[in-house]
Design a protein around this ligand. Structure first.
Ligand code: NAD
Ligand code: WQD
Length: 342
């Protein structure tokens, strides 16, 4: 199995899940948003190593060709992409180039080597400024920034490829808000620079790297005025990929990966206090442009088609994220804290 972007946040956890279920895993990653140190952590967390790592850019078709020639690849899980919404507004061409070109280059190489199975990382951000709660897959896509549009373009490109090449079977998984970490504390979310997302930001406040959490907006039409999101444990996301692959249907399909449960920003702070006994200094500031009040998945399609449901609750999400942060206060490159026993 080829995992692109396998050193990233979701890719690394998915590699562990695949290894634990007996799959052989080949990773391609250029480490543009991850650390080579992750590969050892994957091997350690899974208790057995990945088959191979190929360092390089997915847009490099000769690299891809050599990967497909070197290994008997039966399926691809395609995570590699740039993912920061704000940065995508500043660098739209870079986002379209990396996210879309990597996908077309991958599809071409898969077809040339007779590889028929693809799982693609899509995003709830393709639904855009919607007020529909919960969101089913039939909700029209209305992406509002280059990142989200790049994901929507890729979904369409893959769907077109499946129409033209009926031997190709693909699924796009629209993740809601993946958070949490592997329960060993070996793997987690380690963003570069200032975190854009609430959970890693909150963890850096908790560990003392940042003074407070700014809560973006307290006047939304939600029970406590702060935005509500559908946080999903990254190991449930990883499990969702394994199951999606095992249940892959002919042609192209899309599935939400979410819990169907909404949590507000202040609810997340409270859950952290309850699960980990740490108070996060939080201050409500003005809204962040582009945020919607409430995004909650309707997870019914995955439940009825695959019999699949998430199994980890908010308590597990904050507990596991905190364990990773405690053991890796300055991230992968700085190493595990001495005496962690890992
Ligand atoms: P991540 O940045 O941690 O992982 C992406 C990995 O891909 C990184 O290791 C990076 O080095 C690699 N990469 C990027 N461009 C590459 C290229 N051209 N060639 C080779 N490797 C490249 O991100 P993540 O959070 O793990 O997200 C994985 C996927 O899931 C992405 O496609 C993202 O858009 C999607 N997604 C993420 C979220 C989220 O909140 N994290 C939500 C919805 C969808
Ligand atoms: C969650 C809530 C913020 C930071 C993003 C992408 C989306 C998808 C998932 C990739 C919001 C609030 C945040 C902070 C805060 N990723 N917040 N203080 O925006 O729901 O979704 O990640 O596909 O495309 O847009 O996630 O974690 O940034 O924000 O109050 O310092 O936390 O306003 O309500 P978001 P997030």
């Amino acid at each position: 199995m080829l995992v692109t972007g396998g050193a990233g946040f979701i890719g690394s956890h998915t590699c562990v899940e695949l290894l634990a279920h007996g799959h052989a895993v080949v990773v391609v990653d250029d480490f543009s948003n991850s650390s080579p140190a992750v590969i050892d952590r994957i091997d350690k967390a899974a208790g057995r190593p990945i088959t191979a790592l190929h360092e390089g850019d997915l847009r490099d078709s000769s690299l891809l060709r050599s990967v497909f020639e070197a290994h008997p690849i039966d399926a691809v899980i395609h995570f590699a992409a740039k993912k920061a919404v704000g940065e995508s507004v500043e660098l739209p061409l870079e986002y379209y180039d990396v996210n879309v070109s990597a996908t077309t280059s991958l599809l071409r190489t898969m077809l040339a080597h007779g590889v028929r199975e693809l799982v693609f990382s899509s995003s709830c951000s393709i639904y855009g400024q919607t007020s529909t709660v919960p969101l089913g897959e039939a909700e029209p896509a209305a992406p509002t920034n280059p990142y989200a549009r790049s994901k929507w373009f890729c979904e369409n490109i893959i769907a077109d490829a499946c129409r033209r090449y009926p031997e190709l079977n693909a699924v796009a998984l629209r993740y809601f808000n993946p958070v949490g970490a592997h329960s060993s504390g070996l793997l987690g979310e380690d963003p570069r620079g200032v975190p854009n997302n609430v959970m890693p930001y909150m963890m850096q406040v908790a560990i003392g790297r940042r003074p407070e959490l700014q809560v973006f907006g307290g006047d939304y039409e939600t029970p406590d005025g702060t935005c509500v999101r559908d946080y999903i444990h990254v190991m449930d996301v990883a499990d969702g990929h394994r199951v999606a692959l095992s249940q892959l249907e002919p042609g192209f399909s899309v599935f939400n990966l979410g819990t169907g449960v909404g949590t507000s920003v202040l609810g997340l702070v409270a859950a952290f206090r309850e699960a980990c006994g740490v108070e996060i200094p939080a201050r409500v500031v003005s809204r962040r442009p582009g945020d919607v009040a409430m995004l909650i998945a309707d997870p019914a399609r995955a439940a009825s088609a695959w019999g699949w449901r998430t199994t980890r609750d908010l308590h597990a999400m904050v507990r596991d994220a905190w364990e990773f942060q405690r053991l890796n206060p300055y991230g992968y490159e700085a190493g595990l804290v001495v005496g962690s026993g890992q």
